[in-house]
Design a binder for this molecule. Structure first.
Ligand code: ZN
Length: 138
């Protein structure tokens, strides 16, 4: 029996594999336009900034800011951790580069808008799910 909470795992495709497997090397990865430097998420084949098709997967720093969050008190899935914080975080690299994620390793009641967070990975089978924890000292 695993003690980990149940998660619905994403399906790995050629356009999402870099994202879900980046945690193997501790990297949060997104496609980035090689012409103008725009990070592209969710993945599209064409840069929304300059319409270039020259995209390559690169790693971001993994630090981010909590834009908004909600505390989930509903037991939608079997999990020992309730309530937990579902947050939208914005990566430092680019305005609008956002992920919906969970804030972990702190009390859900302590999550705040504007909180500085950094990525941590939770591995399930061949998927590394990016979660975020508070940056120490923030
Ligand atoms: Zn571009």
């Amino acid at each position: 029996m695993s003690e980990k909470p149940f998660r619905v795992l994403p399906e790995l495709t050629e356009t999402t594999r870099h994202f879900w497997e980046g945690g193997r090397e501790g990297e949060l990865r997104f496609p980035r336009c090689q012409e103008c430097g725009t990070w592209v998420h969710p993945p599209t084949p064409i840069c929304p900034g300059c319409l270039s098709k020259d995209l390559a997967v690169e790693a971001v720093s993994g630090t981010a800011t909590v834009l908004t969050f909600t505390l989930n008190h509903q037991h939608w899935v079997p999990s020992p951790d309730h309530p937990y914080a579902i947050a939208i975080v914005e990566l430092d690299e680019q305005e609008g580069l956002r992920l919906t994620t969970n804030v972990v390793n702190c009390a859900a009641e302590d999550v705040r808008i504007g909180m500085r967070v950094q990525v941590v990975f939770d591995q399930y089978e061949d998927v590394w799910i990016p979660l975020f924890q508070p940056v120490e000292g923030s």
